[in-house]
Design a protein around this ligand. Structure first.
Ligand code: NAI
Length: 354
């Protein structure tokens, strides 16, 4: 069983590539998008989701891979940016075989792309990938070492970013604030737990209401219907579902004064950064706040310890504050400041201190 593997010929930038992967026997279908190899092999998770169309899947992969380039650069990691996006088959399929076939496609890139979990994939899926390639992380981990499910680390980085941004933008501690969390998946669930422990009041919603309801076992966590979340009386909005949560309609109706969450590509388009600025809503760029997961994945891949992961995640809030401070001084969007900083690092080809 070999995944049919081809490189589509639309190259976007010097090192950017889209590799289409397909294996009819297992139902594997999708792409591996490599955005940049400037700082090292392209590292980024594997998304397993049902897309309406192939162009929609390709567009998501390209955008997610670009986000990984910026995220890895700003986190000081020796990696470029890439992402795998796989179409979830309509009918029944053998999950382990499908991810093993994906592993073959990863192996065929000879280390240019390193995979891990993202939306819809788990440690078990990455173990199946591992059966065919060593270019994967997010596997089971040994005591004291980095590795395993990255989402608790992602949530920790978001919590620390949120604390710093709340003090900067709202002059308040999380225990005085209400946080609306969109998405009760891996990241959202861990974040709700950390927020509840920090004394925040949490309002959570998910397209699967049972997932949100399950979190109400925690103190100070309430579940609301999806359409009530954005208008909920909250100080902070934490998008932790799929991308594009911040579009013209949601930004216009948003009650929160600060946005800080885990989802990749939270802005539906670049104009939303200005809409948020106009409305006086502080935006913590997604790929700065949610870097904890890839920091853990990178450390696992490099054979580092959990203590090193924690130390690196502890540096995220100072990046958040540097970006918010420069944005305030220059009266521009934090998204623009972060993109400029990341582009400078990549252009110089030099890694930032991790
Ligand atoms: P997940 O698949 O475990 O959870 C996603 C959740 O969002 C699911 O519960 C799903 O039902 C829900 N959802 C989907 N559409 C929704 C909508 N319109 N409104 C409300 N809920 C909706 O995925 P995970 O791992 O929690 O990732 C969440 C986000 O964080 C994604 O954007 C991912 O790319 C990003 N991220 C995840 C990292 C990780 O460590 N897992 C690392 C960095 C970013």
């Amino acid at each position: 069983m070999v995944a049919t593997f081809s490189t589509v010929d639309h190259r976007m930038r010097a090192t950017s590539q889209i590799h289409r992967i397909e294996d009819k026997a297992t139902g594997l279908e999708g792409v591996i998008a490599i955005d940049s190899l400037t700082l090292g092999p392209a590292a980024g998770g594997c998304r397993f989701w049902r897309y309406e169309s192939t162009p929609a899947l390709h567009a998501d992969a390209v955008r997610l891979a670009r986000g990984m380039t910026f995220k890895n650069a700003m986190a000081g990691l020796p990696f470029g940016g890439g992402k795998a996006v796989l179409q979830m088959p309509e009918g029944p399929f053998d999950r382990a075989k499908l991810f093993a076939a994906f592993g073959e496609a990863v192996q065929a890139l000879k280390g240019d792309y390193i995979s891990a979990e993202d939306v819809g994939t788990s440690v078990a899926d990455m173990e199946a990938v591992r059966s065919r390639t060593a270019f994967v992380a997010g596997l089971g981990r040994d005591e004291g070492m980095a590795g395993g499910d990255p989402s608790p680390w992602t949530a920790l980085g978001i919590l620390q970013s949120m604390k710093a941004a709340a003090r900067f933008a709202l002059g308040a501690d999380l225990s005085q604030l209400r946080v609306a969390v969109q998405g009760a998946g891996n990241v959202g669930t861990h974040l709700c737990g950390l927020l509840a422990r920090a004394g925040a009041h949490v309002i959570v919603a998910d397209i699967d209401p049972d997932r949100a309801r399950a979190l109400t076992r925690l103190d100070r966590v309430e579940a609301v219907p999806l359409d009530a979340l954005l208008q909920a009386d909250a100080d902070i909005f934490a998008p932790c579902a799929l991308g594009g949560a911040l579009d013209a309609e949601s930004v216009a109706g948003l009650k929160a004064r600060l946005v800080c969450g885990g989802a990749n590509n939270q802005l539906a388009n670049d104009a939303m950064a200005l809409e948020l600025l106009d409305r006086g809503i502080t935006y913590v760029p997604d790929y700065i706040a949610n870097a904890g997961g890839i920091i853990n994945v990178a450390a696992e891949y490099l054979g580092e310890t959990a203590a090193q992961v924690e130390e690196r995640i502890g540096k995220i809030p100072s990046r958040v504050l540097a970006i918010l401070t420069r944005a305030r001084q220059d009266c521009c969007s934090p998204a623009l400041v972060a993109d400029e900083m990341a582009a400078e690092i990549i252009a110089s080809g030099r890694r930032m201190a991790a």
